[in-house]
Design a protein around this ligand. Structure first.
Ligand SMILES: [Zn+2]
Length: 166
């Protein structure tokens, strides 16, 4: 089932997430399936639970075009990041139409749990590193609007997504 994607300024995108426990509940398994349907429908490359209104510490990475089978990352943590950085233009399903340059470490090592609750470690300096950092940011309530070096497209849409800080 395709779920509605939460867009800024929705407060859920700025709320802390809660770790997922194992074995996965029926609810979480259903959620993961729905997130897969949702990311495919939205033509995205990753989706974090807060983007479908759930404050849970999980995301999915969908890089089939880069030859990587879809996989969920549950309770992910970045354990090391390279000093070397890379600037790439990024967008986000939670602020459609806006793109901008974002600087991130080129290479990272991160840990996460798979569906079976087994700890996995990935070191990557390409697409997985990029998307994992973007999704893990979501789980830390950080969005690309906080990180743009420069907005390259859709700057006129930013007021629509702006949060009212009180
Ligand atoms: Zn995003």
């Amino acid at each position: 089932m395709v779920l509605p994607i939460t867009k800024l300024p929705a407060a859920i995108l700025r709320r802390p997430v809660v770790d997922v426990t194992f074995p996965l509940s029926k609810d979480i398994r259903r959620l993961l399936k729905d997130m897969v349907d949702t990311v495919i429908k939205a033509d995205g490359i990753g989706l974090a639970a807060p983007q479908v209104s759930r404050n849970l510490n999980l995301a999915i990475i969908f890089l089939e075009h880069a030859g990587v089978p879809l996989f969920p990352i549950i309770n992910p943590v970045i354990v090391s990041s390279s000093k070397e950085t890379k600037v790439i233009e990024e967008g986000c399903l939670s602020l459609p139409g806006v793109f901008g340059k974002v600087t991130r470490p080129k290479k990272i090592t991160f840990e996460y749990f798979n569906l079976q609750g087994e700890k996995q470690t990935i070191t990557d300096d390409d697409w997985i590193a990029r998307v994992a950092q973007h999704e893990i940011d979501h789980l830390l309530a950080t969005l690309i609007v906080d990180k743009f070096d420069a907005v390259t497209q859709g700057a006129e849409l930013l007021p629509k997504y702006a949060e009212h800080k009180t």
